[in-house]
Design a protein. Structure first.
Length: 254
């Protein structure tokens, strides 16, 4: 052997060099929109025609760059969805998502820093769909507004933290991400309910108790009311007034 690459090996090497060059150019100010196929070719010292031999378009380059991240996130969510019990599902969503995002943090950073990628490409639409799926799994079935908001905060926080602290070693960042996620998960109820208001602070629009309940809390209140539990006790445990309970129960106030 004379040390020269076989044709297929040479094509694979060139293809990877194209992806590496595109990743660098897409990460610059102006990013994906401001980068042309000609510029990618110039970065490599090849003609645009030679570049098109490997990739049909700039969009195809982008899809190849982002596929490992998006495929890893999809696989992590598939594994989480197969778990039994909401607590296990939530833990696997967080663990799997963090592992996938850290393994491909350069691509994640490129995506989140370029609004054109998120709003104008099929890759952006796929990333949004993956994030929504993760949020749905975290929130749980029949989730109310409170659960969905917390789930959104958690998934968005994980992705943006990885981007913000890009210079922190992955293993160090992983520990902090998982510790923080556990704190958030501990406050994410299995059923949506109005959280108790802090003592000594106004809780309603006029400083009173909350005037609304989440759907999960409403369902439990109705079941307990039908079983004969006094409205006063239900209201006390939910941290609302008796009038609020009666309003949700559609029962006459006595």
């Amino acid at each position: 052997m004379d040390g020269r690459q076989a044709p297929e090996e040479f094509r694979r090497d060139t293809r990877q060099r194209v992806l590496d060059a595109a990743r660098e150019l897409f990460a610059r100010p102006g990013g994906y929109r401001a980068t042309s196929m000609r510029q990618i070719g110039e970065r490599l010292g090849v003609t645009k025609a030679a570049l098109y031999y490997h990739f049909r378009s700039k969009d195809e380059i982008l899809q190849c760059l982002t596929a490992p991240l998006l495929d890893a996130l999809d696989a992590a969510l598939d594994a989480a969805a197969a778990e039994r019990g909401l607590a296990r599902v939530r833990r696997h969503v967080v663990d799997g998502s963090v592992a996938a995002m850290l393994a491909h943090r350069d691509v994640l950073t490129m995506l989140l820093r370029d609004l054109a990628l998120l709003s104008e490409t099929a890759v952006g639409a796929r990333l949004a769909a993956v994030m929504v799926r993760g949020q749905d799994l975290l929130a749980g079935p029949d989730a109310g507004l409170g659960q969905r908001i917390r789930a959104f905060q958690l998934t968005s926080g994980l992705a943006n933290t990885i981007t913000r602290f890009a210079d922190v070693p992955a293993e160090v960042l992983r520990v902090h991400l998982l510790d923080g996620a556990r704190v958030v998960l501990a406050g994410l109820p299995a059923a949506d309910e109005a959280p108790p208001a802090p003592r000594g602070r106004p809780r309603g629009r006029a400083g009173g108790r909350p005037r609304a309940l989440g759907q999960g809390a409403v369902d439990r209140a109705r079941e307990r009311y039908r079983s004969g539990e006094p409205v006063e006790r239900i209201a006390q445990e939910l941290g609302v007034s008796r009038a609020t309970v009666y309003r949700h129960l559609n029962a006459p106030e006595l």
